[in-house]
Design a protein around this ligand. Structure first.
Ligand SMILES: Cc1ncc(COP(=O)(O)O)c(C=O)c1O
Length: 408
């Protein structure tokens, strides 16, 4: 019998997220997972967070009510306070929006700016959640290569000109994860950040700076955010989240951008979720008000520094000579391995048999088989998350990965 449901063209076309599909594999008993980009659950501040629930007794009549689409005022204040250092200026109230995860910010920005067929410049590799969301808005992608210092901004004018020639349109947005990129872990150099802002201003294309990992630096010198370099100029749209610095289960994030874009995002969300859960915003606000977030950040940065060192040591000691190369990350969640045999898909199969999971690099490219510039295709890479597994599992997982590499 024909289905009762006549699905939209978009629903017919949609593909499952490759990483979410991996969750089934990861849940097999005994599997060591370097796959999901998950925080260490042992770091979750369960008791401290639970103690903030007394905000319900104090302010229940407000926080159990519908809230403003722009966000719960005490949380907005806490975010501004926390962000002054990272943003380098004090954003005005009309520049700030609280969202349900930064995934929602991507969605609202995409729906506010893009019509089907519009072009977005994305780094290759980049975060697949954003690709999925932009695809839903009908975006086409133009890719810009990256290296250990982030986006190859020197190639941007050529990439944009070629895209304009091919599509007859100027790209509407440039998307970047400049600090500890997901997946590559790379941090964009200061010089490239300055060039990017200059170019984007000249070409009148806004840059979307997605910054969930910026505060998770454990070595090297901090680099200013794009937003802080641009100040309140509208060219940079900045988004960050409590997911990696507190807990992804809270689903609370924020965007700082020009008032006219924030207004459009607010109108979009009024046809969507109305507002982020006021109860959760109140809990997070109380957590920040008590000064607990800064303490917690110190704790997780120390923990992740240790785990990153553990993975570096395990990879060095276990992987067969010459099988892979990588740069030790200075922050964030990920190692990005370039595989000498360029075949992460078959390595993945063997690794899962050996009891360790990672994400094959193709998941992070709009077209996994495309070579971007002189850069290898996604198949040449593997993303390993070092934050989730404990130290012993990091060592054992790298040992299993080595076995899978040798078993060709
Ligand atoms: C670069 C990047 N942006 C956005 C997100 C989604 O974050 P949130 O949990 O705030 O929706 C992630 C999550 O992994 C990410 O890595």
């Amino acid at each position: 019998m024909d289905s009762l449901f006549r699905f939209s063209a978009l629903a017919e076309k949609m593909q499952p997220s490759p990483i979410r599909e991996l969750f089934r594999v990861i849940q097999q008993p005994g599997m060591i997972s370097f796959a999901g980009g998950l925080p260490d659950p042992d770091t979750f501040p369960v008791e401290a967070f639970a103690s903030c629930a007394d905000v319900l007794e104090r302010d229940g009549r407000t926080v159990l009510q519908y809230g403003a689409s722009e966000g719960y005022p005490p949380l907005r204040e806490a975010i501004v306070e926390m962000m002054i250092g990272r943003l380098g200026y004090h954003p005005q109230p009309e520049e700030l929006l609280v969202t349900s995860g930064s995934q929602q910010a991507v969605d609202l920005i995409a729906r506010a700016l893009l019509d089907p067929g519009d072009v977005v410049v994305v780094e290759a590799p980049t975060y697949p959640g954003t690709l999925h969301c932009l695809r839903n808005a009908g975006a086409n992608f133009t890719t810009i290569p990256t290296d250990g210092d982030g986006m190859r901004v020197d190639l941007l004018p050529g990439v944009i000109a070629a895209s304009e020639r091919a599509t007859g349109k100027r790209p509407k947005l440039i998307y970047t994860v400049p600090d500890f990129s997901n997946p590559s872990g790379a941090c964009m150099s200061l010089e490239r950040r300055q060039q990017l802002i200059e170019l984007a201003t000249e070409l009148a294309i806004p840059v979307f700076e997605d910054d969930p990992y910026g505060r998770l630096r454990f070595s090297g010198q901090p680099v200013p955010s794009l937003k802080s370099l641009a100040g309140n100029a509208p060219v940079v749209i900045y988004a960050s989240s409590f997911s990696k610095v507190l807990a992804p289960g809270v689903r609370v994030a924020w965007t700082v951008a020009a008032p006219e874009l924030i207004r459009a995002m607010v109108l979009m969300r009024q046809g969507e979720d109305l507002c982020t859960s006021t109860v959760t915003q109140a809990l997070v606000a109380e957590y920040c008000r008590r000064g607990l977030l800064e303490e917690h950040l110190h704790h997780i940065v120390t923990t992740y520094a240790r785990k990153s060192r553990a993975m570096q040591a395990a990879l060095e000691s276990h992987l067969p000579d010459g099988a892979a190369s990588w740069r030790e990350p200075e922050g964030g969640f990920f190692f990005w391995l370039e595989l000498a045999d360029g075949d992460s898909r078959s390595l993945f199969e063997r690794a899962v048999e050996a009891g360790v999971a990672f994400v094959p690099g193709g998941a992070f490219y709009p077209d996994p088989d495309e070579q971007v510039g002189d850069v290898l295709s996604g198949d040449a890479f593997a993303r390993l998350c070092f934050t989730f597994a404990d130290d012993a599992a990091i060592d054992e997982g790298c040992r299993r990965l080595s076995g899978a590499m040798s078993a060709r």
